[in-house]
Design a binder for this molecule. Sequence first.
Ligand SMILES: Nc1ncnc2c1ncn2[C@@H]1O[C@H](COP(=O)(O)OP(=O)(O)O)[C@@H](O)[C@H]1O
Ligand SMILES: [Mg+2]
Length: 159
Amino acid sequence: MKTICVTGAVGTGKTEVSKKLARHLKFDYLDVTKLIKKEKISCGYDKENKCDIIDTKELNKILIKKIKESEGLIIDSHMSHYLPKRVVDLCIVTKCDIEVLNKRLKKRRYLKAKIKSNLEAEIFDVCLLEVKKKKHNVLVIDTSKGIKIREIINYIKNA
Ligand SMILES: Nc1ncnc2c1ncn2[C@@H]1O[C@H](COP(=O)(O)OP(=O)(O)O)[C@@H](O)[C@H]1O
Ligand SMILES: [Mg+2]
């Protein structure tokens, strides 16, 4: 197991899980949000949703280069699962109870509309459906009541 992508709706715990995993497995941690800013891979601005539009083909090219350079990599992003299955060993999908997620998003002071669309993405399991469509090896983790890092590590080591 060398490359793990961590995806899921906003606020479901991707960054928490990714950083913990990287620390325990001694893998490199890749923050895709930072990478996008650094490499300037946005191809426009979505005014309605107030976010950059990302060229996923371009992003994948850069991610595949990072994968090749690393001995072990955790990719933290809700776009990481657009990578082809052949370069990803495991795709972790973080999930969260809707009430808990609502509280987490409110804490982030997002606008109401942004909270609503992110909650909907979680309710409709958008990420998980896309991950399954890509045929990734998938592990679903519910972070509502905390992250059981030992269980995840055991799963990875026995996979
Ligand atoms: N297992 C958890 N228990 C409690 N709070 C959590 C847990 N996982 C994440 N959080 C909190 O929820 C918020 C969102 O988590 P984060 O990892 O940043 O999500 P994402 O990267 O998916 O947007 C953060 O404030 C984080 O501290
Ligand atoms: Mg995050």
